[in-house]
Design a protein. Structure first.
Length: 475
């Protein structure tokens, strides 16, 4: 019988005697991204004008731009994410290097003494000491007929893709947090400035009340109410100054710098204008390419490949090896033609029984796949909730801002009216001061509503992926 037919017959025999892998699970279904128009298991190709990759630049604040760029270049969070990506990339290199042809060069020299009581007595051979010199090149190749190596490489590559998406998620989260904290610092400063004006107005009103009490025109109740309100304003100022300093400390921690160094970079600015509703270019498809959803999807794909790799272990492996070697008991004759000692062959590994090890590994991989799918579905549902909450908050804040603008306008009109009557000598300063206090209260609430709208805008852009796009040349 020829060697070819012998090999075919041997493979059929071995295949019939190998262990049978468990049936594939059909329960690992991915949650569809709500209202999306693209397949969540494919690389996203949606392009849109919003959010932009550097969406924070739309607020027109150069200080904010500098803070975020500094954080993205060297913050502790980004350094940690980069390290995880580097580790995943090296693991992919390891997986790729383990497959394919392997070539090794070997060389050795030994000198040993034969035992006087051994199988071959030295008296028969005529010597006790023996030299052995070997030099060779060994090549081996294992056929990946069942796709085990391919699955391991794909799994490692999918882990790299997931790490790349997670790195973008860290950047998006970092930019979002920095933006919210920075604008909160601005709001605290604006509120403190309004409280300063309010305190000055109260003090002016207190002086008028004291003069009227001295003249016997009013009772002391007005002065007591005024002093109580001044104390409340001063207490709120202390709270806001403390909160503002804490925001500097939090920002400095995110950027990896000292709070004093950061304080020198911060300057008071007015809050930027925000959109009143979603732009026409916004699409729910953006949510399908959120970095966390993309990362979770690649984790699922990696887990699927891990299961496939373990299933391939149930089938026989066939390896070819060849050795080009020189062997001699004398170093001086090692390179002579007579020392030529080649070797070649084929090796077959047939899995039959391993006390349930492969089955346990398969079930463990299936469990990890189930967990990855559950994590993906949870991420999708959480993303839909974040988008809905941010969109609702943006809409509500837009309505509140319209109503608050009317109240501020009305309060300002009362101030103008009271000021005109006072200049005409019809009344004293008290009505104007009361109107100014009311206006300052309305402006304080208005600043807080503007900040809430800004936070909703930031959160919505982050919830829709923050401009993240998974490119075709991803790992």
């Amino acid at each position: 019988m020829s060697i070819r037919w012998f090999a075919v017959a041997a493979m059929l025999l071995l295949a019939s005697g190998c262990a049978t892998p468990p049936e594939e699970s059909q329960t690992h279904e991915l949650q569809a991204v709500p209202l999306q128009t693209t397949d969540p298991t494919q690389s996203a190709a949606v392009t849109t004008e919003w959010p932009a990759t550097q969406w924070w630049r739309g607020y027109g604040d150069e200080t904010l731009n500098g803070l975020i760029e500094t954080a993205l270049q060297g913050s502790p969070g980004m350094a940690s994410a980069a390290a995880r990506f580097g580790s995943a990339s090296e693991n992919a290199r390891v997986a790729g290097a383990q497959a394919g042809l392997k070539v090794d060069a070997t060389g050795s020299f030994e000198r040993y003494r034969l035992s006087d009581n051994g199988v071959l007595p030295p008296e028969f051979l005529g010597f006790n000491w023996v030299n052995q010199a070997d030099l060779g090149i060994n090549a081996s190749y294992t056929f990946d007929w069942w796709g085990r190596n391919r699955a391991l490489i794909e799994s490692a590559t999918d882990q790299v893709r997931a790490s790349a998406a997670e790195q973008q998620l860290v950047a998006l989260t970092l930019a979002s947090h920095i933006s919210q904290i920075y604008f909160a610092w601005q709001v605290d400063g604006a509120r403190i400035a309004l409280l300063d004006q309010r305190l000055g107005t109260l003090q002016q009103a207190a002086r008028i009340a004291l003069r009227r009490e001295a003249a016997g025109l009013d009772h002391s109740d007005d002065s007591e109410r005024n002093l109580r309100e001044q104390a409340a304003v001063q207490e709120l100022q202390i709270q806001l100054r403390g909160t503002r300093q804490l925001r500097v400390i939090e920002l400095a921690a995110l950027l990896g710098m000292a709070p004093d160094e950061l304080s020198r970079q911060l300057q008071a600015r007015a809050l930027p204008e925000t959109r009143a509703a979603l732009p026409a270019s916004a699409s729910i498809d953006l949510m399908a390419r959120r970095p966390d959803i993309v990362a979770s999807r690649w984790r699922v794909e990696a887990a699927r490949e891990d299961v496939s790799a373990i299933r391939a272990e149930y089938y026989p492996d066939v390896s070819l090896h060849a050795l080009a070697a020189l062997s001699s008991i004398e170093v001086g004759t090692l390179l002579e033609p007579g020392s030529w000692a080649p070797n070649m062959g084929i090796a077959v590994h047939l899995p039959i029984f391993d006390a349930g090890l492969r089955g346990a590994r398969h079930d463990a991989a299936e469990a990890l796949l189930t967990a990855a799918v559950a994590q993906y579905n949870e991420t999708v549902i959480g993303a839909a909730r974040e988008v809905g909450a941010a969109a609702t908050a943006l809409e509500q804040s837009a309505q509140q801002r319209q109503l608050r603008a009317r109240q501020v306008e009305a309060a300002a009109a009362l101030v103008s009216s009271a000021s005109a009557r006072q200049r005409a000598g019809m009344v004293d300063m008290r009505p104007e001061l009361e109107a100014r206090l009311a206006l300052l209260r309305e402006q304080d609430v208005s600043v807080q509503i503007d900040y809430a709208a800004l936070v909703a805008d930031i959160q919505l852009q982050a919830a829709l992926g923050g401009g993240f796009t998974e490119t075709e040349d991803s790992p």
